[in-house]
Design a protein around this ligand. Structure first.
Ligand SMILES: N[C@@H](CC(=O)c1ccccc1NC=O)C(=O)O
Length: 293
């Protein structure tokens, strides 16, 4: 008999539950698609791209913004997208893929880098993404962004980081109490306790304090509508993470839209952000206050 590590799962089962690849096989084609679609997006949007904007003094404190800039009276809603990769992989270079569809729809698209584990601790990554968001909020006017219409989004570990933005005490960061207009969370992790028991923690080294302070499931204060989505082809644990977090937000009186993305897996689910025929794209436009496609 093998020992139970979390719930009814033994170590091998828990590791498989937190390996989205266990339902996908080779994940490289999906990662290649992030990179290639993002390269294309940068090429297409080159005239309206501001790359490597500095939001802080650290080497990775950089963010890309796509959308019109310079003098102009119009202001637009913005999507602030945080990439995933188990806090260890990917970058903003893999994260421009939704930009063309959203800029075309009338939004600004922004995506930050953050320092990856194990170079950074999880709690420091959370603060770094907070600094990136606060920077964008303060400089909204420079990018023709309406600071009252900034929506955050993220995929996988990026959905965790975006959910941490929702639970941030923004007054302590010099922002209004509710600077986020909405959120779209794809295949996220909201309870770090089981993750801490897996192979992921060989690198990320989440400690007990971080489970308590950096699990959105244990935090309150969310003040905006939230869309929670997950791929049909996700593990049971990933689906459970989304449903318990949706219930947690609803108990706080938050407006939550939760749905499964047909045919999608952990890796291609965020592609729907920039795919006009999908429900996730429609929900994105709704949160941004843009007309339907
Ligand atoms: N070891 C993980 C890798 C993984 O989850 C991942 C890899 C690259 C980019 C995103 C990922 N997922 C979550 O952020 C897996 O087994 O799928």
């Amino acid at each position: 008999m093998t020992a139970r590590v979390y719930g009814d799962f033994d170590q091998a089962q828990l590791d498989a539950q937190y390996s989205p690849s266990s339902l996908v096989g080779d994940i490289q084609p999906f990662l290649d698609d992030y990179a290639q679609s993002s390269r294309l997006a940068r090429h297409e949007l080159a005239p309206v791209a501001r790359r490597d904007l500095r939001f802080g003094p650290g080497p990775d404190d950089l963010l890309d913004v796509y959308g019109p800039s310079g003098p102009g009276k119009d202001s637009r809603p913005a999507l602030f997208f945080v990439h995933g990769g188990y806090w260890q992989q990917l970058s903003k270079e893999d994260s421009a893929f939704p930009a063309p569809a959203l800029v075309e729809a009338g939004a600004v698209y922004a995506t930050p880098d953050y320092t990856l584990a194990p170079r950074a601790r999880l709690s420091d990554i959370v603060d770094q993404v907070r600094r990136a968001f606060a920077w964008l909020w303060h400089r909204a006017a420079d990018h023709r962004i309406d600071p009252g219409r900034i929506v955050v989004a993220g995929s996988s570990a990026g959905a965790h980081l975006a959910a941490m933005l929702l639970a941030t005490r923004w007054r302590q960061w010099g922002l209004p109490a509710a600077p986020i207009a909405g959120a779209l969370l794809f295949g996220g992790i909201y309870d770090l306790a089981p993750v801490r028991q897996t192979y992921v923690n060989d690198v990320v080294r989440i400690d007990a304090g971080e489970v308590r302070d950096c699990s959105p499931l244990f935090l309150t204060g969310v003040r905006c509508p939230v869309v929670i989505a997950w791929g049909e082809r996700e593990t049971d644990e990933f689906k459970r993470q989304s449903s318990v977090y949706a219930a947690h937000l609803r108990r706080q009186g938050c407006h939550v839209t939760a749905f499964e993305q047909p045919g999608r897996n952990h890796f291609d689910s965020p592609m729907d952000l920039g795919t006009p025929s999908t429900r996730a794209h429609a929900e994105t436009r709704r949160l941004l206050g843009l007309p339907s496609a």
